[in-house]
Design a protein around this ligand. Structure first.
Ligand SMILES: C[S@@+](CC[C@H](N)C(=O)[O-])C[C@H]1O[C@@H](n2cnc3c(N)ncnc32)[C@H](O)[C@@H]1O
Length: 290
C-alpha cells in the first residue's frame, strides 16, 4: 500500500516506522537500532559465530522492513574477517525506500545508503564491510509462498540454507499468514540438518512456541528487550539454546487459553487440543529436559 509508513517517536526518543496497514510499529520497545542489536545480533551471537566460521555464514532476514536488523549485523561485524550472505525477504520494498528517505531521523542507515539504494534497484549488492565480505540479496515476494514453492525448486536455484534466521513479522493478530504451523514446518524443512541454525523472534507467546516445537525446532527462552520480559530462540540443534523450555513450561502451556497453533492464516485463540498436547509431550526436547 503506497503511503503506508510514517515516522513515530518512542518513549526513549528513538524514531521508528509505523505501518497504517498493519496498525503496528517496527521495533516498538527500544527502537530500530538498539532492539535489532540486542534481540537479533547479540541474542544469536552473530559476531561470535562469524568469527569462528569457515566459509559463507548465511543469515535469512525474514521481514526486511526498514532493514534495521540487517544493518545491525553490518554495524556489528566490520572488524571480522569472513564472508556473510544476507538474504532478506519481504513482500514490499516500501518501508526500506521510506527509511532511506528519512535516514537522517532514523540514524542507523548512516554509512550504508549507497548499498541500500543498489539493493532496492537490483535486489542484490556485494561489498566489503570493513574486513567482512558481504553478499546481500532481497527476495521480493510472499514469504509463505516462497517456502511452499521451495520443494518444487531445483537445488541450484534455491538460496543456501541459513545458519541464523531473524524472524520479524508483524504480530500473529495483525499478520497471521506469517505465523501458521505450515509456514514454520516449511521453514524447518528448508534447513540443512547438518548446518546448526538458530532463529530469534520478539514474541514469547505460548502459541508461537508450540508452533515452533510442532514444526520440529527445539525452543528456548530469549532475553528481555524493552517492553518484553522474554523473547524466543529456536534451533535445529539443542546446543544453540542457552535456556531450553522445560517441563514446567509444558505444564503452563497445557493450562493456557491460547496455545494451539494456527493451521490457516486466521488469528484464533484456543487451548491445546489433546492431539497437540500429546505431540508436545513426545517432543525430544522434553524427553531430554524432564
Ligand atoms: C516488523 S516489520 C520488519 C522490520 C524489519 N525487520 C526491520 O528491521 O526494519 C515486518 C515486515 O514483514 C513484511 N511482511 C508482511 N507480510 C509478509 C509476507 N507475506 N511475506 C513477506 N514479508 C511480509 C512487511 O512488509 C514488513 O516489512
Amino acid at each position: 500500500m503506497s503511503g503506508d509508513y510514517q515516522l513515530v517517536p518512542l518513549a526513549n526518543g528513538a524514531q521508528t516506522l509505523f505501518s497504517a496497514r498493519y496498525g503496528e510499529k517496527m521495533h516498538p520497545g527500544l527502537g530500530p537500532a538498539a532492539e535489532a542489536e540486542l534481540l537479533y545480533v547479540q541474542q544469536l551471537q552473530i559476531s561470535e559465530r562469524l568469527e569462528t566460521h569457515a566459509g559463507e555464514f548465511v543469515i535469512w532476514d525474514v521481514g526486511l522492513g526498514a532493514a534495521a536488523n540487517a544493518l545491525a549485523v553490518l554495524h556489528a561485524t566490520r572488524e571480522i574477517s569472513g564472508q556473510c550472505r544476507l538474504i532478506s525477504f519481504d513482500d514490499t520494498g516500501e518501508p526500506l525506500e521510506f527509511a532511506l528517505k528519512n535516514g537522517g531521523a532514523l540514524g542507523y542507515l548512516s554509512g550504508y545508503q549507497q548499498q541500500i539504494s543498489e539493493l532496492l534497484r537490483q535486489n542484490r549488492v556485494e561489498f566489503e564491510n570493513g574486513k567482512l565480505k558481504v553478499k546481500w540479496e532481497f527476495l521480493l515476494g510472499d514469504f509463505p509462498a516462497f517456502l511452499s514453492n521451495l520443494k518444487l525448486t531445483t537445488d541450484n536455484l534455491k538460496p543456501p540454507a541459513p545458519h541464523a534466521i531473524f524472524y520479524d513479522a508483524f504480530s500473529p493478530a495483525r499478520n497471521p499468514a506469517m505465523w501458521t504451523l505450515p509456514v514454520f514446518e516449511n521453514l524447518f524443512r528448508a534447513l540443512d540438518p547438518a548446518r546448526p541454525c538458530a532463529l530469534t523472534t520478539y514474541s514469547r507467546s505460548t502459541l508461537l512456541r508450540t508452533t515452533l516445537l510442532l514444526a520440529g525446532f527445539f525452543v528456548g527462552v530469549g532475553q528481555a528487550t524493552g517492553m518484553k520480559e522474554e523473547t524466543t530462540v529456536a534451533a535445529n540443534d539443542l546446543r544453540l539454546l542457552v535456556e531450553p523450555l522445560n517441563a514446567r513450561w509444558l505444564e503452563r502451556a497445557r493450562r493456557s487459553d491460547s496455545a494451539e497453533p494456527l493451521c490457516e492464516p486466521v488469528y484464533a485463540r484456543a487451548p491445546l487440543s489433546p492431539a497437540t498436547a500429546e505431540k508436545l509431550r513426545r517432543h525430544p526436547q522434553f524427553e531430554v529436559s524432564s
